[in-house]
Each structure stands twice: as C-alpha cells, then as structure tokens.
Design a protein around this ligand. Sequence first.
Ligand SMILES: *Cc1c(COP(=O)(O)O)cnc(C)c1O
Length: 400
Amino acid sequence: MLPKPKKIQRIYLDHASTTPMDKRVISAMLPFFNTQFGNPSSLHQEGKKAEVEMNKNRGEISKLMGAMPENIIFTGGGTESDNLAIFGVAKAHAQHGKHIISSPIEHHAVLNSLEELKKWGWDIAYIKPDAKGIIKAEDVINAIRPDTVLVSIMYANNEIGSINPIAGIGRQILQYRKNNKTNYPLFHVDACQAAGYLDLDVEKLHVDLMAISGSKIYGPKGVGALYVRRGVKIQPIIFGGEQERHLRAGTENTAGIAGLAKAMQLVINEREKESKRIGELSRYLWQQIQKQIPNVKLNGPDIGPERLSNNLNITFRGIEGEALLLYLDEYGIMCSTGSACAAKSLEPSHVLKALGMQPQEARGAIRFSLGHDNTKKDIDYLMKYLPAIVEQLRQIAKMK
Ligand SMILES: *Cc1c(COP(=O)(O)O)cnc(C)c1O
C-alpha cells in the first residue's frame, strides 16, 4: 500500500457535481431567513418588501441573460427547470404535434423527462454527437419534421465538458421557422453547467427556454430558474397558488432566490478571469498526467474553445474508474465517475457510450472538475499520489 500522508487534506475536484457556496452568496441570503422572512404573496408591509426584493433579484438575473424580469420563472433547481420546459411545452403544444428532438448526452433531467413523454405517445429523435460529444446544428435541422414541437439540446455537457454550438443551432431553427412560416420548433437549452463559464445572452443564442441551477454556480442547491421567451406558452407542472404567473405554485424560496441572483452576478463578473485561471490549472493537470502516467486518454473535445475550461474526463486504461475514485477519496481527493446523479449505478456512462466508446474504456473514466477554490497546490498534491495509485490498481487488475 502506498503510504498515506500524515495529515490528509480534503481537495475538491468535483465542481460539476455541485459547488461550495460563495461566502458572499451566503451573506446575501441570510436576511431572508430572519429579519426579512415575509411571504411575497402577503399583503402587509413585510410581504410587500419580500416581493420587492424577490423581483429585484428577478430583474438582476434576467439582465444577466439579456432578458426581461417577466421572462424568469423561479424553480426548485435545474432538474425542475428542465422538467417545466419539457412538460410545460409538451402540454401546451401537443395539438401541433408530438415530436421532440434532443441528444443522447443530455442530463437525466432531460433524458428521463423525454422517456416519460414517450409513454404519453410522444416520439423522440436523439441526434448523435460526434466522437468528441458535440451536436452539429445541421443534424438538428435535418431532423425537424412538420410535427416537431421542441428541440432540447444542452449548452455544455456535465460529464465531458463538450460545448454545443447553441447560437448556431438557434439561428438555424429561426431560419427554418421563417422559411416554413411556422412558430415551431421551440428551442430549449439546459445551461446548468455552462452558466459559470459561457455567455448566457438569450438573444445571441436565439433560445426560447433556458434552464439554470444555483447548485453549479456557487449558489444554493434546490434553486433554479427557467427563462421563457415572451410569447412562448407553457403549462404548469406544479399546482397550487398563483405564484410565478400561475406557472410554478408554492411560496417562493426568497433566500434561495437572493442567493441565485448573487451567485449569477459573481460568476458572470468573474467569469473571464476565473475561466482563464482554471483553464490553465486544468491544462497543467492534463500535462502532468500525460507526462507521468502511461495509457491515458482525454474523453471529449481537446482542451480549447469546445470544452469547458474546468473539465477533464480521463480514461486510465486497465482499471475501473470507480476503484480509482474511492482510492483517491482515501487520500483526500474528491472527484467523480461520470455524473453524480448516476454515481450509484454500475452501468458505464450514457454519455461515453454515446461517443462510441467501448464499455471497458468508459469504465476506466474519471472526471476532475475544477473550481474557484482550487490552486496549483491542489494539483500538485493530486499528482503526488495519482501515478502510484493508478500503477497499484493496474497491478491488482493484472493479478485478477
Ligand atoms: C446539475 C445539472 C442539472 C440538474 O440541476 P439540479 O439543480 O441538480 O436539479 C441539470 N442539467 C445539468 C447539465 C446539470 O449539470
């Protein structure tokens, strides 16, 4: 056994699963837990004040997306935003047709919603990505049928960090609508992973619906938003009170919303600087791994403009990613195989499978996702142990 360090540090390299909350976000949330606890629907002064604050935050978030406050619906996270977009559109537009275009590398929040719609008689076309995990705009457009109601393509993939050409897809969908004198298909984008790193301007991207999550941008978990373009009709999926223009019932999470607004402000303000810094760290880590460990492969796009700068998904041939993850955890390093949401299933990742990888290669994959709190020291700590751990696991695998 490799000797463990005397004092084990905990090093978080799993920011694509969730991010630690920024202290400034926590400060922005605190008043809503005590002094400003009012319900935005109440008619007294405290209620009014809560409503004013919530709508200020709504305005702030909409501005950061190039939208208007009335375009933003607050939800209970990225999953709910995706569900509201998909079922909300499906329910409101079924009379036009029951065909949806998506991709096999979407997050399960999208994939499992679409699988549910199949049971309701909907037809789903999954556009194959290329070997790097990128969906071509042309392939999306070629799949459109007269009865296609919705296109749902993620902005950036949570497992391999591949970035889809959303603006291009959006532009071509607009062109298709114009040429065919139709309002369909609508375009939904899951931007949960992209929000911390890429431009969210809904006009430049030509999207009709866009999902974001607090959990991935140093904000609170269980809070998200769905952008809905003006004039795009959706139906609610949660019923009760009249909150969020009748589209999402339930007392609003005023603290969470304040946190989401603050988190978005901060990641967008600091995006350029942090992307660059984190990108350099990722590049350094990948260089070191290539230098010190044989038989490795970077899954997804090359490091560069087609890949989120914080993501490295690497296959260490001949070992199980899961074993490596658990081993690294013993040494204080937190990472992931594929996505956190599917971490408990033994199936190889649906994303790596969709890239055409052999199950054996896919099972040896590990995702390191870096973030604001990481420094070069963390990478050096990881590299002090990773080569020996991989070597040891390869030896064990050989003996089996
Ligand atoms: C995390 C994530 C979600 C789900 O967001 P939650 O806030 O955890 O519900 C959806 N899509 C993508 C791409 C994600 O990374």
